[in-house]
Each structure stands twice: as structure tokens, then as C-alpha cells.
Design a protein around this ligand. Structure first.
Ligand SMILES: [Zn+2]
Length: 217
């Protein structure tokens, strides 16, 4: 098991123009809820799942988030599809989903940005309101990372809140701080029932909701 997060790559990312073929952009506080719901619903319909029902309640405590308007997170459409599909399939069973975001860091005109190229996930110890990396499963996830054929950077993680909206809870903040503590590390929180898909980072201990763009290669 080797974590291939290359320090060099983080310090000296490749100079490259951001993805041009953007099919959806979400900017917190600016984009409408409706546009986001339409996007998620479209992905659910594309994967043959469609709208799903459910009313799972959670006592996860919501942490207030600030908002950032600078777009520097790009997600490959196939990765977004897989995330939404995974979260929906698990939600149908009344369970949360969780996985890693794998990609790369780039720089363009002095601005850094990250790209999620693919996801890695596995069987998880999951209940509707808490999802844990099992210790042995964690190893499996890292083994799967080893199968990816390019040098990658772990961009962050995703998990679902089936039916109780997309936000960072204090437990999520704790997970993020412990395991994904680089400034570019992102947490995606997906609610496949309320059709929400939001991105968060932690900066100076504060929760920041950040914009993202979904692109087609
Ligand atoms: Zn959560």
C-alpha cells in the first residue's frame, strides 16, 4: 500500500488551461436551488434510477458555512455520475455512501485549481446517518488507489446525507480535519433525495462552501 500523493506535484502543479467544456456550474448563494436539483435529477435519470423517495432524519449537527465565489474545483462528468448513482443506490437501501475523490492539481495564470477525474469506493459500514471507513476497508480503498495508472492526488472525499440535505456536520468537519487537511481538500456532500450536491473545504478551522464545475472531456 502506497499513497502516491506526490509532494512535488502539490508544490509544482502542471500549468494547464482549466477544462473548457463545462456542462454545469454551481456557485453557492448565486446559483438557484432549482438549477442544482435539475442537474442532479438529470444525472439520476441518465443512470436509469430517476427520482427517489425517502424521509430519513438525522441528528447530525449542521455547521454554518461561509461562501467562496472563486471557482477552482472541476469534476469530470463521469465521476459526478458515479457519485450520484452510488449515493442514490445506497439511499434506496436507507444507507449513506462514501468514497474518495481522485484527480490532479493544476495551475493556470497563477491560479491553482483541482480536477476530480475519478472516484474510488468500496463496501462500507454504513447506516442511514453515519458512515465509517472500516479499518480493513480503508486498506482496500488504498489498494484500489494503487490500481489507478497515473500519478494522482487525493482531492478529497464524498458522502451522502440521504434525505437530510447537503451540509457539513461537526462529525464531517472532524473527519475532514483529521484525514483531508490540505487547503485544496474538498468534501462533497450529496443528498440524492432532495437533489443536492454541494462542495465544502475547511479554511482556518472554518467551513467554506465552494463553487464547482462539472465538465465533459
Ligand atoms: Zn455528513
Amino acid at each position: 500500500m502506497a499513497i502516491k500523493i506526490v509532494e512535488e506535484e502539490i508544490k509544482n502543479p502542471e500549468e494547464r488551461e482549466p477544462p473548457g467544456n463545462v456542462i454545469f456550474t454551481y456557485i453557492p448563494e448565486k446559483s438557484s436551488d432549482e438549477s442544482l436539483q435539475n442537474f442532479v435529477l438529470q444525472q439520476l435519470q441518465n443512470s436509469g434510477i430517476g427520482r427517489i423517495d425517502g424521509h430519513i432524519t438525522s441528528n447530525e449537527e449542521k455547521v454554518d458555512a461561509l461562501h467562496d465565489e472563486n471557482l477552482n474545483l472541476y469534476i469530470d462528468r463521469h465521476a459526478a455520475d458515479e457519485i450520484i448513482e452510488h449515493c442514490a443506490i445506497m439511499a434506496k437501501k436507507g444507507l449513506e455512501a462514501l468514497g474518495f475523490l481522485v484527480g490532479d492539481l493544476y495551475i493556470w495564470k497563477g491560479e491553482r485549481y483541482s480536477v476530480v477525474h475519478e472516484i474510488v469506493t468500496g463496501e462500507l459500514e454504513s447506516t442511514a446517518v453515519s458512515v465509517k471507513f472500516r479499518r480493513d476497508e480503508f486498506e482496500n480503498l488504498f489498494d484500489k488507489l494503487d490500481e489507478i495508472e497515473y500519478d494522482y492526488v487525493l482531492i478529497g472525499w464524498y458522502h451522502s446525507h440521504p434525505g437530510y440535505t447537503s451540509f457539513m456536520s461537526s462529525i464531517d468537519m472532524d473527519t475532514q480535519s483529521r484525514m483531508f487537511n490540505r487547503e485544496f481538500h474538498v468534501a462533497l456532500v450529496i443528498d440524492p433525495i432532495n437533489l443536492e450536491f454541494k462542495a465544502f473545504r475547511i479554511s482556518n478551522g472554518k467551513c467554506i462552501e465552494v463553487p464547482y464545475a462539472v465538465f465533459e472531456e
